[in-house]
Structure formats: C-alpha cells, structure tokens
Design a protein around this ligand. Structure first.
Ligand SMILES: [Cu+2]
Length: 149
C-alpha cells in the first residue's frame, strides 16, 4: 500500500480511538477509605482516614469511602499534594480552604455508618486525602495516596 498523508492520519486516528476505548473500559482501581474516630473504637485517640492501599497506577481510581463512626459526620476530599507541609487553612472556620487547596472532588458529608464513592482520573503524582468537617483535618484526618506507573 502506498503510504499517503491520509493513510497516516487515518492510522493515527484509529490508534487514538483504540487507546481511548481501552482506557474507558479498563476497570477503575478501587481504594477503600475508612473514616474512623473514637466512637468506631475507643482505642482510636484521634480521628483518622485509613486507606487499604496507598499506591495506585495512573488512570481511573474509585475512592470507596465508608464512615465507620457511630455518631460523627465525616467526608473525604482529594487534592494534589504540592509538597507543602500543611494545606491552606481557614482558622476562623477550622477547615481547609478547599478552593485554595485545589480540591479535585469529594465524598461529602457522610452520616455515621454511610458509604459513598468518587471516581477520578488520576495522573502520576502525590495526592492528599482529608476530611473537612470543622476541626477534623487538624485532629488528624489526613492521609496520602501515590499514583505511580
Ligand atoms: Cu471527619
């Protein structure tokens, strides 16, 4: 077959399309996110976020959050971790300044015992997950997820 510009363009389109389909149909990687406090277990002295894995591959990632508290509302937000020690904080409201932290999404305001999930397309890098109910981030509801090839 004679190679023409049209053929090359067509081949490139097919390759892109195939890559797109493969990407769309690849199952999302699941990260279990447990939201816990002293009502979950009296031995837990500070509220916390526990992930069942802390490294995933780039691509679609589903955060499956479960609020294991008996009485406290929790939530989980995710943002890229830019290497700062602390996220930008609004001390007056006792919350992370979500917009300045560039939140990528959240499973918001989960009542005790409830579950929720969020699927995102994540590029390689380090991410921070935190609860932004007032006071919870400072109490320790923050953890990290690494996306690496
Ligand atoms: Cu919380």
């Amino acid at each position: 077959m004679t190679v023409t510009k049209t053929n090359i363009a067509f081949a490139a389109c097919v390759a892109l399309f195939a890559a797109g389909v493969a990407h769309a149909t690849a199952p999302a990687q699941v990260v279990g996110v447990k939201l816990e406090d002293s009502t979950t277990d009296p031995a837990i002295t500070h509220m916390r976020i526990v992930l069942d894995r802390d490294v995933v591959k780039p691509g679609r990632v589903t955060l499956k959050a479960e609020n294991l508290s008996k009485s406290v509302v929790h939530e989980v937000l995710i943002a890229r971790d830019d290497g700062r020690n602390d996220l930008p904080y609004d001390a007056k409201r006792a919350v992370v300044a979500e917009r300045r932290a560039h939140s990528l999404g959240e499973v918001g305001d989960l009542p005790a015992g409830k579950r929720g999930s969020l699927t995102l397309d994540l590029k390689p890098g380090k991410y921070v997950l935190f609860c932004n109910e007032p006071g919870h981030y400072k109490d320790g509801m923050v953890t990290y997820l690494t996306v690496a090839r």
